[in-house]
Design a protein around this ligand. Structure first.
Ligand SMILES: Cc1cc2nc3c(=O)[nH]c(=O)nc-3n(C[C@H](O)[C@H](O)[C@H](O)COP(=O)(O)OP(=O)(O)OC[C@H]3O[C@@H](n4cnc5c(N)ncnc54)[C@H](O)[C@@H]3O)c2cc1C
Length: 422
């Protein structure tokens, strides 16, 4: 068979859409067709709802979908991280059980990594997983868990062997969030949204086959999830927006956006809304101010270079190379872009930028940008942590001194209450 080209992929997807797309279908019904055909996740393996196409063709497929107004598979949220992790490390059982429902949007996921005493120092997790009979039993606390209040399934990093050193005693599970022993408490943020939660585990159970790796390999699997999270800008993850179009599928999509996507509705603001900069500059007359124009130029240059870095990451992925430093570089650049965008928005709106709701410019969107942008420098690993990764792995500078990686984790002094089994 000849190698796919942009033209051949475009022709294939256009022909398939012509025969299959209809806005009168139900959302899940349509997405099941996408799973069958592989056009919902063309870069996934053929065996698992994809077409084995290089990821660079996703943009071509998206363009053809947009031309006819076709709805895509569910791409927003932690589900895409779950899918990437399961594709890389899962068994056939995991793939069968979860991948299709991720694409159809029927299941929502959350990422149970951060704890009160381990965010940046994620490998210091102390949520415990103990084998009792033929089940794993989970006890402990997670925090910052986006969407846990909506999630059916969680990606859980927990300590299963306290006699091993820090990075070697972890296990990685898929856990049912709707079982007894899992309590979810929402947290309110400074931008008024409540997308994160605290999650408490009290003897919550996991079947042994729901472990994604052997005990001790949990850190390796978590690294896969984090790499994908940091690379988020590569177009395989997205936030869903409602099109406002008429037709059964658009109405169901709008309902999905209003419910499942609710925790993410401020995410575009978190990225700084670079798309609003030029229209606002023209509308407010700020475009004529030489100082603001300089700041806008700086922002657009940064934004363009971020896009190119993301493309470089995509090209590397395309060539089958393992995730490189572009994830950390891209994440750091996107924090800088968001901060610069917030700065320019502030220049353009002046003190009104502080007003929220209908009192503020753009019905409070500008105010929401200002108080949401700091999240980007924290979520998925802080800017400082990305700089550490870049300095150690790219620039090959000496590693940070460590005092806790050369002894069994149970002997490492900690400031949290969790303890090794007595
Ligand atoms: C919008 C958002 C969504 C999130 N969603 C999730 C989620 O779904 N699931 C989840 O598990 N977590 C989630 N998080 C948590 C996030 O991953 C953590 O907040 C982040 O890793 C930082 O951890 P921490 O908050 O414990 O800060 P800490 O690790 O306590 O860091 C505090 C400060 O110290 C600095 N610091 C720490 N260590 C170093 C070091 N070695 N060198 C230099 N500086 C250092 C940090 O950069 C930071 O400025 C989310 C966070 C946000 C903001």
């Amino acid at each position: 068979m000849s190698e796919p080209t942009e033209d051949s992929v475009r022709a294939d997807v256009a022909a398939w859409l012509k025969d299959n797309w209809s806005p009168d279908l139900g959302l899940v019904e349509w997405r099941l067709k996408l799973c069958e055909s592989g056009w919902g996740a063309p870069h996934w393996p053929k065996q698992w709802y994809g077409r084995d196409l290089p990821v660079k063709f996703n943009a071509v497929v998206d363009e053809e979908f947009a031309k006819v107004g076709a709805v895509g598979v569910a791409k927003a949220g932690i589900r895409t991280l779950a899918a990437a992790t399961i594709l890389a490390h899962g068994t056939d059982l995991h793939k069968q059980k979860y991948l299709k429902r991720i694409l159809t949007g029927e299941d929502t996921w959350c990422q149970l990594f951060s704890e009160p005493g381990s965010g940046s120092d994620l490998a210091g997790a102390v949520t415990r997983a103990d084998k009792r009979g033929n089940k794993w039993v989970i006890n402990g606390q997670k925090v910052w868990t986006t969407s846990a209040h909506k999630a059916q399934w969680g990606l859980l990093l927990a300590r299963a062997d306290w006699d091993q050193v820090k990075h070697k005693g972890l296990a990685y599970f898929i856990i049912d969030m709707k079982q007894p022993g899992v309590q979810v408490h929402p947290l309110r943020q400074m931008n008024y949204h409540a997308s994160f939660n605290q999650v408490f585990f009290s003897d919550a159970e996991v079947e042994p086959e729901m472990m994604l790796c052997d005990v001790g390999d949990g850190w390796k699997v978590a690294t896969t999830t984090l790499m994908h999270e940091r690379r988020g800008a590569d177009g395989t993850r997205n936030w869903a927006t409602s099109t406002g179009k008429k037709g059964r599928i658009y109405e169901e999509e709008a309902a999905e956006v209003a419910t499942t996507m609710e925790p993410y509705k401020w995410y575009p603001q978190r990225a700084g809304r670079v798309d609003l900069i030029l229209p606002r500059a023209k509308e407010t007359g700020a475009i004529n101010d030489p100082v603001i124009r300089q700041e806008i130029a700086k922002l657009l240059i940064m934004s363009k270079s971020a896009e190119w870095t993301a493309r470089r990451a995509r090209a590397a992925q395309d060539q089958g190379k393992p995730q490189g430093p572009e994830g950390s570089l891209g994440k750091l650049i996107s924090s800088n872009v968001a901060r610069q965008a917030a700065r320019v928005h502030t220049y353009m709106s002046g003190q009104d930028a502080l007003l929220s709701g209908a009192d503020g410019p753009m019905d409070g969107v500008i105010g929401e940008i200002l108080i949401s942008v700091p999240a980007g420098s924290i979520a998925g690993g802080t800017d400082e942590i990305q700089r550490n990764i870049i300095s150690e792995r790219v620039l090959e500078m000496p590693k940070e001194p460590s005092v806790d990686t050369n002894k069994p984790f149970k002997d490492v002094p900690r400031n949290t209450v969790a303890k090794a089994a007595s």
